[in-house]
Design a protein around this ligand. Structure first.
Ligand SMILES: [Zn+2]
Length: 96
């Protein structure tokens, strides 16, 4: 099994995930991720204005951009992961 397979299912690489505009534009590193109801979110960790609309991007695309995301890609549903800076260790916790 390659590390690109998610939950042992290569098809998962093709799923769409939600990101903030900073991640979409590759302006900020991904510092927060959560999996809620089967939907992934990858955010920069900074506050976002009310006008912020989630963008949709292919999971494989951001995995290519940041290999360290493979550490959390098997995160169970209902869990979140955060880190202080790109390259820091992910801290995983259960969402409220
Ligand atoms: Zn952002």
């Amino acid at each position: 099994m390659s590390d690109r397979e998610i939950d042992g299912n290569p098809e998962m690489n093709n799923i769409a995930v939600f990101v903030c505009s900073h991640i979409f534009e590759n302006a900020m590193p991904i510092l927060y991720a959560c999996r809620d109801g089967g939907e992934w979110q990858f955010l920069c960790g900074e506050p976002h204005g009310n006008n912020e609309l989630p963008r949709v991007i292919g999971l494989a695309h951001i995995l290519d951009r940041d290999k360290s995301l493979s550490d959390i890609i098997n995160l169970p549903d209902g869990f979140e992961a955060g880190r202080d800076f790109a390259g820091a260790e992910w801290k995983v916790s259960k969402m409220r």
